[in-house]
Ligand binder design. Structure first.
Ligand SMILES: *Cc1c(COP(=O)(O)O)cnc(C)c1O
Length: 356
């Protein structure tokens, strides 16, 4: 059972979509699937009139890198709250951009006062933040950041990988110009696509020329006009559409309630077994990050759980070796599944005690 914060298990309907007959990437039926994907992504991202929505052929990281290749024509400010925001800074630098890091202690969200101060000191072209920081399990207040960034005249980019499709999200409300996710996280589709949205304002500023594969004008040529750009992973498009249909049939509000409910229950169960919540405040409901009980080594626990059939993630970056990270995205946010996990955990902890 796959309980990592991505990839997530896929529903049989999504699995079935992968068995669709192979068609060409410019087949009218495939172009219709693309349009249906766009319609649904427009609902989830809410980028406003004239925005571009599509899915890049790659994982979430490609959605991240595409922003630096397309939108950053000047200094970039990255709000660093863990591994994935640190990755943004690495990418920005790899693209030769002047990159400033505003770092916050692990387990804490980004602070608005510090952002205000940074925006007063310097004029930025692009400000980048992660909504749900998967390495520490912290939810950042992007709704409050967006207006500050907009007022400072910069574009705002939001990594929505652990939130879009599971928690309420709206680029219009956030005042975000660019947001992206990975198909294998909250949407519970197979990995390999990076759905994204670009606001009309961001779109008007595109210059092109620094990338080819992820050049947004070329991507739009295919997704909006059906022209040839490159060979898209057609079967993954079918599967993504099936996953989007499931997400929208349930509704984001209901999915958010489901994630919060399972999070609260699971945290209580784990606290009762001596675990403690890693984030100091603003926990992300889709990724539960916990420290194991005193004397229990996180990586050994993870290996023992894997033997029991439950794959969970250990720490990365600031949490390396210190925590377990449990996904509550898409199909994973399910009490039944986690009841089985808790039984396996009890067997593992019991065996440890007997040995000691
Ligand atoms: C998983 C993740 C990514 C990277 O996605 P990949 O699909 O592994 O490339 C980026 N940001 C966040 C917050 C993530 O959780």
């Amino acid at each position: 059972m796959l309980l990592t914060p991505g990839p997530t298990p896929i529903h049989p309907d999504v699995q079935k979509a992968l068995l669709s007959p192979m068609r060409g990437h410019l087949d009218p039926e495939v172009l219709a699937v693309n349009r249906a994907i766009q319609e649904r992504l427009r609902i989830l991202f809410d980028p406003g009139e004239g925005g571009l929505v599509a899915a890049l052929a790659g994982s979430g990281s490609l959605g991240m890198e595409a922003a630096f290749a397309n939108l950053a024509e000047g200094p970039v400010l990255v709000l660093e709250t863990g591994t994935f925001s640190a990755r943004m800074a690495e990418m920005s630098r790899a693209h030769g951009l002047e990159t400033d890091l505003l770092s916050f202690p692990p387990g804490e969200p980004a602070r608005l006062e510090a952002l205000k101060e940074a925006l007063r000191r310097k004029r930025y072209r692009l400000v980048a933040a992660v909504h749900g920081e998967t390495s520490t399990g912290v939810l950042n207040p992007v709704e409050e950041m967006g207006p500050l960034v907009e007022e400072a005249g910069a574009l705002f980019m939001v990594d929505a990988v652990t939130t879009l499709g599971m928690l309420p999200f709206s680029m219009r409300r956030i005042r975000a110009d660019y947001a992206f996710t990975g198909s294998q996280k909250c949407l519970s589709a197979p990995p390999g696509l990076a759905p994204f949205a670009l606001s009309s304002k961001g779109r008007a500023l595109l210059r092109g020329g620094r990338a080819w594969y992820v050049d947004f004008a070329r991507v739009a040529e295919h997704w909006e006009r059906g022209g040839y750009h490159h060979t898209t992973p057609v079967l993954l498009h079918y599967a993504l559409l099936a996953a989007l249909d499931r997400a929208l049939a349930e509704g984001v509000e209901a999915r958010a309630r489901r994630a919060r409910r399972v999070f609260a229950w699971l945290l209580e169960e784990l606290t009762g077994r001596g675990f403690s919540l890693y984030p100091k405040e603003s926990p992300l409901p889709t990724v539960l990050v916990v420290r194991p009980p005193r004397g229990v080594e996180a990586e050994a626990l993870r290996a023992a759980l894997h033997q029991e059939g439950y794959t969970v993630a250990g720490g990365i970056g600031p949490t390396r070796g210190e925590v377990l990270r449990l996904g509550l995205m898409g199909e994973q946010a399910d009490e039944e599944v986690y009841r089985g996990f808790l039984e396996a955990l009890d067997r593992v902890l019991q065996r440890r005690k007997t040995r000691a």
